[in-house]
Design a protein around this ligand. Sequence first.
Ligand code: 5GP
Ligand code: ZN
Length: 114
Amino acid sequence: MSDCLFCKIAAKEIPANIVHEDELCVAFDDINPQAPMHVLVIPKKHISRVSEIKQEDQELAGHLMMVGSSVAASRGFSESGFRIVANCNADAGQVVFHIHFHVLAGRQLGWPPG
Ligand code: 5GP
Ligand code: ZN
């Protein structure tokens, strides 16, 4: 999608600190980290929001989760813990409408989230 910030990051048209890339997805550091590790995992395919994940995207969605987990593990947070979360629409505070999993780690994360 031409007018999408995260499509542009996936296409390397906008710089980001990419920590993982494969044929399906890109993971990069969040520009405004909310924890010592705050990585965003996005599909290269444009999907606007979690509520628009279709049946044909199921494998992709699982892949994003697996990549988030492996990025956390590669930074040494597998044992201590991490959180993977996706915000969908206004009440969840979604501001970028290209799906992304936040991967947060490195501090005690509050629950329930605000
Ligand atoms: P949302 O609220 O949509 O779930 O989260 C969007 C996330 O994208 C925020 O955590 C925000 O800091 C991050 N973000 C927004 N613009 C950029 C950018 O240009 N580069 C990077 N690396 N992260 C961004
Ligand atoms: Zn996009």
